[in-house]
Design a protein around this ligand. Sequence first.
Ligand SMILES: [Zn+2]
Length: 50
Amino acid sequence: MKYKCKICGFIHEGEILDGYYCPLCKTTLFDFEIIEEEPKKSNNKEKKSK
Ligand SMILES: [Zn+2]
């Protein structure tokens, strides 16, 4: 999961924790939006990956 700071555009990768703030503009996580990664356009087969 990725999160993007709506203020400065900083991208945070991974989980975001409560109380997190942007290292660049110091805004809180409320100004972050979730970036949903698009699934790769490959085969649409269901694979058991675990
Ligand atoms: Zn920011």
